[in-house]
Design a protein around this ligand. Structure first.
Ligand code: PEP
Ligand code: MG
Length: 325
């Protein structure tokens, strides 16, 4: 199978119906970057910057971060890297930060909430990213945005730093994309102005699923209870696709489910055109996408919905079994 995937490396994820899905990889450490060419990914759809903060025992300095981000961009050789600003709290606790005693950390003081309440680290990180780009395009996104005002505030921090860095004589990025991760259902209901302002939306499916089903992603007892192919969840994803389409906002999906071929197929049928996953998943996802007609998958989804199936999985697996290469 590995050889088969290798032969697909330089081919697009082009479906039988002529739709191309761009496949990106998730990363977080410099050591992940060689997989970019190895997997044939179109770029890094999610760079989890907190991993750098988690693997050391003190807060990294701006110059160190700028050096690291520059090396990541060098290694990406012009492919887009979506740097997600620090996502700590919840399951990611920094050893050198005072732990919060919170009864429900996943719903607590985490991610952009920390960044907005104590913006020092966020601003330092933005400065490091701007310096690392040094005239190259820069893409950044904020984790766990739950409402429009949070996005506006986070974005203003970036614009303020751009202004400041420029006045200090630093070369600004050739282009700057500022996006939001949609990881709580609330953001799907944000005003149209949010979708107009953000340069893109990236669905953080791991968190979105946990909040949609109210099922802790860390809790073995409940985490597998709800299928991501549950028709209600897929309906919700379809609504997010529609809201983004209304304003022409580019949408992608990162999170583990994008790397599961059958799930990826359902997401593509619902209108997702960009998926980000672990590098090893790119081959299997691409292989399946290249075999199918998304219109037929949509018909399977519609029929499952009409019957009132709980999950799309049985119907989709049955249909897949009828498909030949
Ligand atoms: C997600 O929530 O789906 C996501 C991509 O972010 P993380 O898994 O790092 O929370
Ligand atoms: Mg998340």
């Amino acid at each position: 199978a590995q050889a088969r995937y290798a032969s697909l490396r330089d081919l697009p994820a082009l479906t039988k119906c002529g739709t191309t899905i761009s496949l990106h990889m998730n990363a977080g450490l410099m050591a992940d970057l060689p997989s970019l060419s190895g997997s044939g990914a179109d770029g890094v759809g999610l760079f989890r910057t907190e991993l750098q903060f988690l693997v050391r025992n003190k807060m990294p300095r701006r110059a160190e971060l700028a050096g690291l981000y520059a090396r990541v961009m060098d290694a990406a050789k012009g492919k887009r890297v979506a740097f997600r600003t620090l996502d700590i709290g919840s399951d990611k606790v920094l050893p050198y930060m005072k732990p919060n005693d919170e009864p429900n950390p996943a719903m607590g003081w985490r991610a952009i909430r920390v960044g907005l309440d104590k913006p020092g680290v966020l601003r330092m990180q933005i400065q490091a990213l701007l310096r690392a780009a040094n005239g190259r395009p820069l893409t950044l996104m904020f984790p766990f945005i739950t409402e429009f005002s949070e996005f506006q505030q986070a974005r203003s921090h970036v614009l303020r730093e751009v202004h400041r860095e420029r006045s200090l004589g630093h070369v600004m990025p050739a282009s700057l994309e500022i996006g939001a991760m949609l990881e709580t259902p609330s953001l799907a209901f944000a005003p149209k102005a949010f979708f107009e302002l953000t340069d893109f939306v990236s669905i953080g499916g791991n968190d979105l699923k946990q909040f949609f089903f109210a099922a802790d992603r860390e809790n073995e007892r409940v985490r597998r209870r709800y299928d991501v192919l549950n028709l209600s969840f897929l309906d919700f994803i379809g609504q997010i696709v529609a809201r983004c389409a209304e304003t022409g906002t580019p949408l992608s999906f990162c999170g583990e489910d994008a790397g599961r071929p059958v799930e990826a197929l359902a997401l593509a049928a619902l209108g997702l055109r960009s998926l980000s996953m672990r590098p090893a998943s790119i081959g299997p996802v691409k292989a399946l996408l290249r075999r199918v007609d998304l219109g037929q998958v949509r018909a399977v989804i519609d029929a499952a919905r009409a019957r009132g199936d709980a999950s799309l999985r049985p119907a989709l697996m049955d249909w897949l079994a009828t498909q030949t290469d």
